[in-house]
Design a protein. Structure first.
Lengths: 257, 70
């Protein structure tokens, strides 16, 4: 598989994995391993003072997987910037998935606040991977302020609805000069394969794997689907046609005329 | 005399043994310092400075850590 480069860093896998909603840290760790991913997202939350036991980070091998903190929970640029800086203080790494979602029902990102935060964070030395609606104009603006990727959603977070924003994603793919990662709403491996066939550079999946009956098997399925989609893209798919295109010659039939 | 600290939005009283430093506070609360990030009065405190960071009464402290997320 051809390698993917984001902000000068090489990735062999084009599947990124979220770490939320797993039944246990053990299953999460197994699923991450099965997926073949090299980058996993995490969130930042207040420590529960009455119950401070924490084991998430111990279940993620930081030597194998790049940690990508997200700014989930941020309702505006200021909150996102604060979370990004806290994450950098925690890991020493300045990669951030910028996520600004003021509405908890649909969890759609606020493009205006995302752009504001992105500009500030890029200036502050962050590698910014912004989560956005499939908005081609916004994608270009984020590119222009120096984001390392753009990450348009296929459908709302955790909805498993697949590529509902297909047409707009196609426009983004035709215009982007940074890697495009389809992030959110991919519900089955076929969605991931289709995203890669369309020309996406990578996909990010959490819910579809974490809440499958067998997350480890599903992680493997997504791994294979992402690879298959990319291989198909590189192999050059045959065009679609309104009319039938016969597989064998329409002559030389054995018939009584 | 009891002294208060605001921790993660909640006021807590320390009747005796008011933690002198951030490191002491974490130890007192049984919080693993290796995985926590801290803000005092809106300013991030680097992990290397936990032992050297004094706490004053009524300080507004935020303690956050990584959890699962997409």
């Amino acid at each position: 598989m051809d390698k993917l480069v984001i902000a000068g860093r090489e990735f062999q896998s084009r599947l990124f994995i979220g770490t939320g909603k797993y039944a246990s840290n053990q299953i999460m760790a197994q699923a991450i391993e099965a997926s073949g991913t090299q980058m996993v997202t995490v969130a930042l939350r207040r420590v529960d003072i009455d119950n401070p036991d924490d084991s998430l980070l111990s279940a993620i091998d930081r030597k194998k997987f790049l940690l990508l903190p997200n700014t989930s929970g941020a309702r505006d640029a200021a909150e996102a910037i604060r979370l990004a800086r806290l994450s950098r203080a925690a890991t020493g790494i300045a990669w951030v998935k910028l996520e600004v979602t003021p509405d908890p029902y649909y969890l759609l990102p606020d493009g205006e606040e995302t752009l504001k935060a992105a500009a500030e964070l890029v200036k502050d030395g962050f590698v910014v991977l912004p989560y956005i609606n499939a908005d081609p104009i916004l994608a270009k603006k984020l590119q222009d302020v120096g984001c390392a990727t753009v990450m348009p959603l296929a459908a709302p977070i955790g909805s498993n609805k697949g590529l509902r924003t297909r047409d707009a994603i196609e426009i983004i793919l035709s215009q982007a000069t940074v890697p495009v990662v389809i992030d959110a709403g991919l519900g089955s491996p076929s969605h991931a394969a289709e995203a890669m066939e369309m020309g996406a550079d990578a996909v990010l999946v959490n819910t579809a794997i974490a809440t499958a009956d067998d997350p480890v098997a599903m992680a493997t399925a997504f791994k294979l689907a992402t690879e298959a989609g990319r291989m198909a893209r590189l192999a050059g798919m045959a065009p679609q046609s309104k009319q039938a295109q016969a597989s064998s010659p329409l002559t030389g039939f054995l018939r009584n005329e | 005399m009891s002294a208060k600290l605001k921790i993660n939005g909640q006021e807590r009283e320390f009747a005796d043994a008011f933690p002198a430093t951030l490191a002491e506070l974490l130890h007192c609360l049984n919080i693993d310092r290796a995985t926590v990030v801290a803000e005092i009065d809106g300013k991030i405190v680097p992990r290397a400075e936990f032992d050297a960071t004094p706490l004053h009464e009524n300080a507004n402290i935020e303690l956050v850590r990584f959890v699962g997320g997409g």
